[in-house]
Every structure is written in C-alpha cells, then in structure tokens.
Design a protein around this ligand. Structure first.
Ligand SMILES: *Cc1c(COP(=O)(O)O)cnc(C)c1O
Length: 361
C-alpha cells in the first residue's frame, strides 16, 4: 500500500558510528523531511550516538518550528540553523527549552535585540561565506566582538558558524581566510572565541584545519553524509496496487489518454504527496527525433515520460503524470508483468521524499 524506505539497520548504524568516530565534535543535522527518515527518528538516533559516547552533545535543526519534533527525543543542546530574527517562530519557543537552545545570529541589530530580550541566550555568530546566504561580514564580526566585550561581557557566546558551499574543489583557502577574520575579530575570551561550527568540509579538510588551528575546536555539522552516506543500506520501494491489460486504443487515466499499443497499465503506490515527480523527458525532444521515435513506435514520442519506478532493473514510463498518492505506469506488451502486491524499486531524492513508512531492521 505504501511507499516504504527499508533500512538495513545493522549496516546503517555501523555507518553512523563510523562517521561519528571519524568526526570528533560532530553535530548531526536533522531538518526538513529528516532526510527521508523523519526528524524525530534522527533525534532518537543522535541520542543513541550520544549514549555510546560518540559525540552528539548537540543536534542541529533547520528551523524553530522543528524544535518540538526533537526536544523530547534528544536530551542535549539544540542548535537552530536558521538565523534568529526579532519576529516569528524564534519568539515563540517554549521557554523551558531556552537553556538547551543555541541560536544562530547573523545580523548586528539581531544580536542587540536577542540579548535585550534574553541576556542569558546562548548563540553562535554566523560569518558570511562565499555562499552569501546569511552572516556577518568581517567588519560586522569585529563590531559584534566589540559589542560583546564592551556591553555584554557575560553573554553566552558559543562560537562562529560558517556555512560553506558544497565542495567544488577545496574549501581550505576560503576557510583559512574566514578563520583569519575570526582571529582578527578579537572575540571575547572563552571557549566561544576558539570554536568554529562548519559544514561541508571533507574529513581530510577537517583534519588539515585542525592541524593548522590547533587552538580551535572544530564542530562539523553533518546531515547528508551522516544519514545518507551509505546508500547501499537504503532501499525505496513502492507496491503494485493494480494491473490492467489494455489493447491499443483503450482509454485510461484522469486525462482520458488512449493506449498507444497493447500492454499493461500498472497502478503503483507513490505520488505527488510523496514527492514523486515527473522525470526529464526521455532523450532528444526535437521534432526530428520525435518523428524518428514515432516511426520506431517509441513511447516517449506519444508523450509518455520516464518515471522513477523501475521493474526488472528497467526504468518505466508514466502512463500519465503522477496522482496524489499513486502513479500509473505503462508496461508495453512483452515485458514481465508484476503481480498485485509485488514491491518495485523507486529512485528517489531522499531529501524531498515523504515515505509512508520507514522500516529499520
Ligand atoms: C543543512 C545544513 C547543513 C548540513 O548539510 P548536509 O549537506 O546535509 O550535510 C549544515 N549547515 C547548515 C547551515 C545547513 O543548513
């Protein structure tokens, strides 16, 4: 009935342990759809890592709205990656969570406003990177340091956060430049002055960084590589819900298509509500190419597009665009026809898929 993520539990847990062991100071990231697993499950897994002494003293969530999904499943500190702003969800956090919360501050006025509202707030200062998403420029970082030293000497500053772009070559020259800004900012003395929270550095880059800045504590925030780093442990499947035999010219679907030739219409679980979408049209779409495929009787020429569902290792075509919770596939005559109840593989983007079930062995 369902779109299911089946996890080889032993292999997955082994991978999580090995990533945690290779990355001291690891901050697991659980946000969005929980990388396909749900945020709640990742919070419990982070607690499981912490219980084994494998880091996990801090869990990062993407937004303030996600805090309720983790707060009761993980007992450590909670870093919110979306910068604090003086409005919206950031101001509506359950006050009982405050002692565990680490805010991200990315603008000077927000630093003043946060400390005015909550002098005991814990926070990291985000320094802008070449991503240009959020963050203080070097000059603003210096101003923030001066503000903390002069006016808020007891503020609970926990370090500088850097959000790096996904690797295209090495990050190291950029990180060195950014760390020079951090050193030059003369941040208030304390552990925060020498703690950097980073993303998207390879294990090798992290090692080089630690060697170059031995006084610094490096806290790698990792999501994808941690939860999804061993794809072989993960399998996404749909279920065949119905099979109809069609002859050429038979009508089917919401949009009353006609079958271009004999075959089978398969109804399988998984639709737009799960994040199943249309794939790129098959191959060349020029008129000439379409005419050629048409001449060969190719199905893409009659408007069928490739689906992420595969049967017997072959990617199949949508008979029409996916429905909300199911999809219709066209299986040309001659292919093996699966039975109702059979499971078939689905290629998914884990970060955009809402599975009905996650089964961890
Ligand atoms: C999502 C996110 C991460 C983790 O990214 P992955 O590519 O999933 O490891 C780290 N830092 C920030 C600020 C993020 O938003």
């Amino acid at each position: 009935m369902s779109l299911v993520l089946t996890v080889d539990g032993e292999r997955w847990r082994g991978h999580l342990r090995s990533v945690a062991e290779a990355n001291p100071g690891l901050v697991p990231v659980a946000k969005g759809n929980g990388y396909g697993f749900t945020i709640g499950r990742l919070a419990r897994r982070t607690q499981w890592l912490a219980d084994q002494g494998l880091g996990g003293d801090t869990l990062a969530v993407g937004t303030y709205d996600e805090l309720p999904q983790v707060a009761d499943r993980f007992g450590g500190d909670l870093l919110v990656l979306t910068p604090w702003r003086p409005f919206g969800a950031a101001l509506e956090v359950d006050p009982r969570l405050s002692p565990r919360l680490v805010h991200t501050v990315s603008r000077l006025p927000d630093l003043e406003e946060l400390l005015a509202r909550d002098p005991g707030a814990r926070f990291v200062l985000e320094h802008v990177t070449s991503m240009l998403r959020h963050g203080l420029a070097a000059r603003e970082l210096w101003a923030a340091a001066a503000l903390l030293t002069d006016r808020h000497p007891r503020a609970r500053f926990e370090g500088v956060a850097l959000h790096l772009p996904l690797a295209q070559g090495s990050h190291l020259s950029e990180v060195h430049r950014l760390l020079n800004d951090v050193v030059g900012a003369e941040l208030p003395p304390g552990p925060g002055a020498t703690t950097v929270w980073v993303s998207h550095l390879t294990t090798e880059e992290l090692a080089q960084l630690r060697a170059a800045y031995p006084d610094f504590t490096v806290r790698p925030r990792i999501g994808t590589q941690l939860w999804l780093g061993d794809r072989g442990a993960l399998r996404a499947t749909a279920t065949v819900l119905d099979v109809h035999t069609v002859e050429r010219g038979d009508v089917f679907g919401y949009r009353t298509h006609t079958a271009p030739k004999a075959g089978h219409i398969l109804v399988v679980s998984g639709g737009t509500a799960h994040g199943i979408g249309l794939e790129a049209p098959t191959g060349d779409t020029s008129l000439k190419a379409r005419a050629a495929t048409l001449a060969r009787g190719g199905l893409d020429a009659v408007g069928f597009v490739r689906s992420p569902f595969s049967i017997d290792g072959k990617q199949r075509l949508f008979a029409e665009p996916p429905h909300m919770q199911a999809s219709m596939l066209f299986l040309p005559h001659g292919s093996r026809v699966p039975e109702v109840g059979d499971r078939i593989d689905v290629r998914v983007r884990f970060t955009t898929t809402a599975f009905d079930r996650v089964v961890v062995s």
